[in-house]
Design a protein around this ligand. Sequence first.
Ligand code: HEC
Length: 302
Amino acid sequence: MTRVPKRVFLLFPIIVLLLLTSCRMKRSSYMNEEQRQHLNNSYDSLQGSWETLMSEYKTGRDTLPPKLKTMYGRMQQMHKQMGTTHNQMMGRQRRGHMQGNKMMGKGMGMHRRGQMTGEWYQQMMSMHQQMADMHERMGQQSMARTNRRLSRGYGRMMQKLPATNQTSDEASKEEEQPSRINGEQLFVQNCASCHGNKAEGYSNVFPPLVNTEWVSGDKSVPIRILLNGMQGEIEVNGQSYQGVMPSFKARLSTAEMAAILNYLRSLSESSSPQITMDDVASVKQNYKDRNQPWTAAELKAD
Ligand code: HEC
């Protein structure tokens, strides 16, 4: 038997490693054609289900409780914003269709785009899930089914996105000081669809964000809510809510989060200290491994 030089044994694992990392890099830096096709097809087919749902809604609107009507109203705006983000990620945006959610810059990495879009899919998934449950309790099986189909569809789309568990540190490089960012405008773009244009909320569905202990209390609480979202029962100014607040980790930079929270804190009567970019960055660092939404009980505990 001829002796194989030792060096070959040493080289072999290195070559395998190189091959593996290059494949991984390719897959994670941009979507392949099959994934794109799949996501675009799913998106288009869910648009069809959404239109079906809207026509069911228009027929049955008068029989629905105010809470559901509010959700449908909000959902119409959210679907538009989600669509804009999806189309931007896919590079198929149309002119004049760019406002709404924060524009995704040309230079923005694919990871961050994917993650922003993923947060929207997730938001759609949980909103449709909640609506399906409400319809079911009222015995409206057809609308419950359409909502479930949508919820499942967005859930599957989320899984089809290339893995993006990076945080948006990319964004912080190009960041401006929060005081130079228009917090009110960002609030309107990102939060008003649920919390109302003046952050007044919608009784029993979406809580208000003015004069609430969650916004005006300890800095870390509202920052954690923006980073990971929240879920489960919460009491706000004597009323109870049970819904899903999405995560904004990928959709907002640290400076933008600070600017929105400072805007909200300035609307409230009690005076609370300004939130700086460093505050947001350090809370983000402390909880960097957390992916789950918070519960009110957890936020109160420490
Ligand atoms: C898809 C709807 C939705 C969007 C968009 C949304 N929220 Fe919320 N938010 C909720 C719901 C629902 C709750 C209550 C969560 C619960 O039931 O546990 C909540 C709770 C909160 C709370 C804690 C309770 C309170 O009233 O003080 C804060 C703070 C908050 N949201 C801030 C924001 C900010 C800031 C934005 C925009 C960056 C935003 N939310 C966008 C739905 C939303």
